[in-house]
Design a protein around this ligand. Sequence first.
Ligand code: EPZ
Length: 420
Amino acid sequence: MEKLVIEGGLPLSGEVKISGSKNAALPILAASLLTDEPVILRNVPILRDTTTMIKLLKSLGKIVEIDGDRVKITSNGKTRHVAEYKLVSTMRGSFCVLGPLLAKLGKAKVSLPGGCVIGIRPVDLHLKGIKALGAKIQIDGGYVISRAKKLKGTHIYLGGVFGSSVLATANVLMAAVLAEGETVIESAACEPEIEDLSNMLRAMGARIRGVGSPRLTITGVKRLRGVSYRVIPDRIEAGTYILIGAATRSDIKLRGADITHLMALTDKLKEVGVKVTAKRDVVKVKCKKNYNPVSITTYPYPGFPTDLQAQFMALMTIVEGVSVITDKVYPDRFIHIAELNRMGANIRREGINAIVQGVKKLKGAQVMASDLRASAALVIAGLAAKGRTEIHRIYHLERGYELLDKKLTALGAKVWRERE
Ligand code: EPZ
């Protein structure tokens, strides 16, 4: 196992290239199951999570070739219908093979993904939507076993206790594109990753209206064709680098980002004292001398993303004054508080809120990565802190940040890996 060592407190400069979106690429890779024709994807980030999805596609019978950020998926027409526990249990994103397998083969047996440190993460909405399309569902031995001779279009309300669901929308959408007749998904997730999936499906011949809105109307088609498609930039990676610039008071640039997906972040950062501007796909971060504490509450898109909550908290730890952070998508996603406090932050949890009392400086420490975005928060804190930070269990970071240490080194950070 490796740890990440950071010598903090250095200003950064230069430009960082933003990779393709992990959370768009995962359902888009799964959508290749909807056709036997070749699917060519570009701008796919090669990370632990996308590699797991590729392994899953191979285990289902697909042939996958990777060349840089280009992934070619072909088929010998013999797709299997069983997604095994050992792959699905390591990554929740793999559960979104359920919709396409069922639509294409009329049957699917997909392991239940289980919870994780950010919350219980149920799949009731996925199952509700798939059932509404006429599939029979049974849970047996930890697997969802579903069958449908022919899926039938219907009107589905997909909102849950915490609002819309990204992957439930992806699953139901991918099942509906090959269903008979019209399906309307109300309270569909509006995340750019779902918009990207919809655009890819349309390029394959699917008929979808209302793309990017909470009401998706799908008219089923008999078959989908192959496609060549470019995945959108990763808004969460971009947001993380913007917050790295802000926390280290560095005027850095990002290339290949789409700032229109990050309005909730850039608007809050303006209040903090960080200006983020963009010309085409080049984003500039400009930091003021004095920062203001700012409170945030996360919501589904276009609200402030839960996937940037921990990183924003890392910034607020070094902004004097009080800020309140609330996560309305994953109310328990606060595992990073204890680790940030080890570095000298002053954060306490009160019910669903985290109260951050800003301090002048953080100090490097030994900390533990617990999940992907919590780990990114520790990287931000480590880069801004005085002295040496060691982040253990960095495999969490490898799930979602492509070439993180190399990109940071290119910005002038002192970051390296060491064996534990
Ligand atoms: C996606 O997970 C992302 N994963 C997550 O990113 C992200 O945090 C999350 O959306 C929210 O934006 C991928 O895209 C692969 P949800 P997903 O269903 O779709 C509840 C990261 O760090 N819910 O939108 O699984 C759920 O518990 C990861 O990159 C139900 O109640 O999340 C949560 O409170 C982590 N029933 C809320 O809805 C369900 O059936 C939103 O979750 C499904 C979800």
